[in-house]
Each structure stands twice: as C-alpha cells, then as structure tokens.
Design a protein around this ligand. Structure first.
Ligand code: CTP
Length: 131
C-alpha cells in the first residue's frame, strides 16, 4: 500500500484542484489531503477563504480520489504529518517547485504541473465582476 500526501487550501473548488488530486492519487493507493486551516490560509494569502475549513474539508473528502482528509494547522508540522500518515510520497503543484525538497529525507517529493489558466484567486476576481 503506497500512501500519497498533499496539502492545500482548496477554496472554491475548481478543475485544477480536481486534476491535481486525481493525479496525486494515481501516484499510489491511498491519498491523504491536508486542508489548510482558516488561520493558516490567512497567514499564507492575507485573506480569509470563501469556504470555512470544515466545509473545505468535507468537500474534498467527498471526492472519489480522496481517501482521508485532515486540517493542516501549521506549515511547521508538515514533516510530522508525513510521518503520522506514513506517506511514501508528497505531491504538490509545481508552483511549489523546490520548496518542499527538505522532506526528501522522509519520503519521495513529486511536483506535478499545475492546470493552466485557473486559480481560486482568479475565480474570485471573475465572480466579483458579476456583483
Ligand atoms: N493547483 C493546480 N492547478 C491550478 C490551481 C491549483 O494544480 N490551476 C494545485 C496547487 O498547485 C496545489 C493545490 O492545487 O497543489 C491546491 O492549491 P490552492 O492554493 O488551494 O489553489 P489555487 O487555485 O492556486 O488558490 P489561490 O489562487 O488562492 O492561490
């Protein structure tokens, strides 16, 4: 059983999220997803997510390619989460290229290409135009 772990905010679910999760799952047999807490998201992106953490967690948990979800409370704990869930590989989009290489001592680190032309930030801007 090969366990894959990935992390993200996954706010306002879009096709880029679905594709990375499907491709992450295809790297192994079990996919565990760490969902950034509201506080962690605020510290990373200087804004509150549209959907609160419990809703983002439940939406991601409902996807067929996802086996387990948890709330990621701190960036500092990534190594602990990797060990706790027994992850064999950490998968991230290539907007994070190189930034998780420190975990190569714990597991494989794989960066997958992002889906072009879509992001939550972009979607929020689009939706605002309809206001
Ligand atoms: N992702 C992707 N393709 C996209 C958008 C995101 O593959 N078009 C991946 C990211 O690389 C990351 C995961 O989805 O591994 C979660 O990204 P997240 O930051 O939650 O999504 P974004 O849409 O990038 O959000 P934002 O615009 O708020 O930064």
């Amino acid at each position: 059983m090969r366990t894959i772990i990935t992390f993200g905010t996954f706010d306002v679910l879009h096709i880029g999220h679905v594709k990375i999760l499907q491709r992450a799952r295809a790297q192994g047999d079990r996919l565990v997803v760490g969902i950034s807490s509201d506080a962690l998201n605020f510290s990373k992106k200087q804004r509150n997510p549209v959907y609160p953490e419990g809703e983002r967690r439940d939406i991601i948990a409902s996807l067929g390619c996802v086996d387990e979800v948890f709330i990621e409370e701190s960036l500092e704990l990534k190594g602990e989460y990797i060990k706790e869930f027994g992850a064999h590989a950490l998968v991230m989009g290539n907007d994070w290229e190189g930034r998780f290489d420190e975990f190569k001592s714990l597991c494989e680190v794989i960066y997958l290409p992002r889906t072009e032309g879509i992001s939550t930030t972009q979607l929020i801007a689009e939706i605002k135009k309809y206001g």
